[in-house]
Write a protein that binds this ligand. Structure first.
Ligand code: ATP
Length: 332
């Protein structure tokens, strides 16, 4: 469904050339849900904008939904849906009318567009908002309206740029269900960027990780996690002054990598978490360290990210859980 080779996009910024995307190869098969992850500024949006014909590549080739990106951009546009980070609804237009007009641009009849738009409103919890202007909707409602716009013409391939940012947990869960439903019922292919690792883990068949304009890893969430190797040990101490001693003990476990200290926590990686945990508890007891919590767990996608990019997605200012819901009816 998407096959890109050597995609490059450069920008000039204060007389310097920025290589926002620096040779991206990617393949997305029909019916897949693929997540595109990367730290801020990694090149996700630039890649998406090229694949959706909004930005001309500086180099490289791609076919998207069966059409050549460079020679048939109109063909690409006809076959895809795109929901940008900023959305595309007009603040003064009536929501339902806008959705219908959008579908009609793609050749749908008014009756079909209305029926399909109303079904999407119901599925995306927008019931009762058909005649409301976006400027009088909450941020979460506007985001769901953007998504309805991207889906109303029933494209076979949808690009979603951070679709759930700003949605409350329930709206996020509804949208995940909707995205899965699109694939199951219509075989829709979905390519999405997200800052939520739990979202990528739960929703995506495959994940591509981009950093500095280059894809640094690709695989299923499980493949990526098992690539990190070993288990993650976390010790939380009652007194933060004890972290140096705990770090020494964790670092001394067989096969351990040098641990990190974050506030009152020491985080280490060991080949066998179960055995290491038993030994560590004994050593901590002997050393007289008061422990507030201790756990061994399988690596998460955040650990994958940290290993691949040297940065944690959470350090990037990305929330580790969805932000608190906006009050319904809040004005822009
Ligand atoms: N129009 C532009 N002019 C100059 N530089 C740009 C332009 N668009 C993007 N860049 C630069 O290209 C790089 C990649 O940006 P891009 O928006 O693709 O990253 P991203 O991974 O989507 O980041 P985020 O997660 O913050 O949305 C950044 O260094 C950015 O500053």
């Amino acid at each position: 469904m998407i096959h890109a080779r050597g995609l490059v996009r450069t920008f000039r910024k204060k007389k310097q050339e920025v290589r926002a995307v620096d040779g991206v190869d990617l393949d997305v098969e029909a019916g897949e849900i693929v997540g595109f992850l990367g730290p801020n500024g990694a090149g996700k949006t630039t890649t998406l904008r090229m694949l959706t014909t909004l930005l001309v590549p500086s180099a490289g080739t791609a076919t998207v939904a069966g059409c050549d990106l460079l020679t048939d951009p109109v063909g690409v546009r006809r076959r895809i849906g795109y929901v940008s980070q900023s959305g595309s609804t007009q603040p003064e237009a009536l929501a339902g009318e806008e959705v219908v007009d959008h579908a009609r641009l793609y050749g749908m009849s008014t009756a079909d567009a209305t029926a399909h738009g109303q079904r999407l409103f119901s599925e995306l919890d927008l019931e009762g908002l058909w005649d409301r202007k976006p400027k009088a909707m909450s941020g979460g409602q506007r985001r769901r309206l953007d998504i309805a716009m991207g889906l109303v013409h029933e494209p076979g391939l949808v690009f979603l740029d951070e679709p759930t940012t700003g949605l409350d947990p329930q709206a996020r869960a509804n949208l995940w269900q909707h995205i899965r439903g699109l694939r199951e019922e219509r075989g829709t292919t979905v390519f999405l960027t997200t800052h939520y690792l739990d979202e990528a883990d739960a929703l995506c068949d495959r994940i591509l990780v981009i950093d500095h304009g280059v894809i640094v890893a690709a695989g299923t969430p499980d493949q990526l996690k098992s690539g990190v190797g070993g288990d993650v040990l976390t010790v939380t101490v009652a007194d933060p002054a004890a972290t140096a001693e705990v770090a020494r003990l964790v670092g001394g476990l067989p096969g351990a990598e040098p641990p990190q200290v974050q506030d009152d926590r020491v985080i280490g990686r060991v080949p066998n978490g179960g055995a290491a945990l038993v030994r560590l508890v004994r050593e901590l007891d002997t050393a007289g360290v008061e422990v507030a919590g201790i756990e061994s767990r399988r690596p998460s996608l955040d650990d994958v990210f940290l290993q691949l990019t040297g940065r944690s997605l959470r350090e990037e200012g990305a929330p580790s859980a969805a932000p608190a819901p906006e009050p319904e009816g809040a004005l822009r």
